[in-house]
Design a protein around this ligand. Structure first.
Ligand code: UDP
Length: 251
């Protein structure tokens, strides 16, 4: 098979760049070392983060695909690049929470660490200028971004991703506290899991330690200036690749 040529930059986000390729039905995503938090008020470059998140996302997309979750992932290209099915991203961030943390505890009288059973699903309108506001069902309906049926599909997918990833992470001693996913429509109008799934977008706690700072193996290390961000992401990768087969290589 001929090598894929990378084309025009289609979109640059805070942590990734999406490029067209010489194939209309294929896009390429480059993972950056840039780290941002608090709606990009806090910024840094963390050498090695892009490669770690690319690898972790690839492993998790592959695992989920094997469990019947439709994803945009088509394979890895090299350590910073993955190949994906282009999608029209639905501007709704779907957050699933198994344990209270982060913004939930700032907004509601819930103590960090409170178990949430059943898991809580929060929807946010993806718009940096508006600060990604929390959506009500009525507001989402008013925006006419998705039909009621598509919303039901999005929720079902989010809960399936939660079930599968919780089980996977638990098998390697990690607690999946919460995570954010993004979904998009492919050319046939199917809803696919898109974006990334990595310690940038998940809260993961090491079950082996009760220390409330030491157990953090995700972007909260960066948000809270705890140091050891790359080491934590590396630990997540080491554990996940210990139980997941290597992801497909594109081409
Ligand atoms: N999250 C994300 N991108 C966002 C907002 C949240 O990936 O723009 C992830 C975050 O890393 C965490 C989960 O979604 O795993 C829930 O985040 P929360 O609403 O608690 O917000 P935060 O505390 O990060 O401000």
């Amino acid at each position: 098979m001929t090598a894929l040529s990378i084309g025009a930059l289609l979109h640059e986000g805070k942590a990734k760049r999406v490029h067209a390729t010489d194939r209309p039905d294929v896009a390429a995503v480059e993972y950056k070392d840039d780290a941002t938090a608090f709606n990009a008020l806090k910024k840094a470059s963390l050498p090695g983060k892009g490669a770690l998140n690319c690898r972790i996302s690839a492993l998790l997309f592959e695992h989920l695909a094997g469990r019947g979750v439709p994803t945009h992932f088509l394979g890895v290209l090299d350590e910073l690049w993955m190949v994906v099915r282009p999608v029209r991203v639905i501007p709704v961030e779907v957050v699933v929470r198994n344990i209270a943390a982060g913004s939930l505890c700032r907004q509601l009288p819930l103590e960090a660490g409170t178990p949430l059973d059943p898991p809580l699903i929060d929807l946010y309108y993806k718009d940096d200028a508006l600060g990604d506001p929390l959506l009500s069902e009525a507001r989402l309906e008013r925006l006419e971004l998705v039909s009621a049926e598509q919303l039901a599909t999005m929720r079902d997918l989010a809960l399936t991703v939660n079930r599968e990833l919780r089980e996977l992470f638990a098998a390697v001693g990690l607690e999946l506290v919460d995570f954010k996913i993004e979904l998009g429509f492919d050319a046939e109008g199917r809803i696919l899991l898109a974006d990334e799934i990595s310690p940038d977008t998940c809260r993961l706690w090491d079950r082996a330690t009760a220390d409330q700072q030491e157990r953090i193996l995700d972007k909260d290390r960066f948000r809270q200036d705890l140091g050891g961000v790359i080491e934590a992401y590396g630990e997540v990768l080491k554990r996940v690749q210990g139980v997941c087969p290597p992801p497909r290589v594109y081409g």
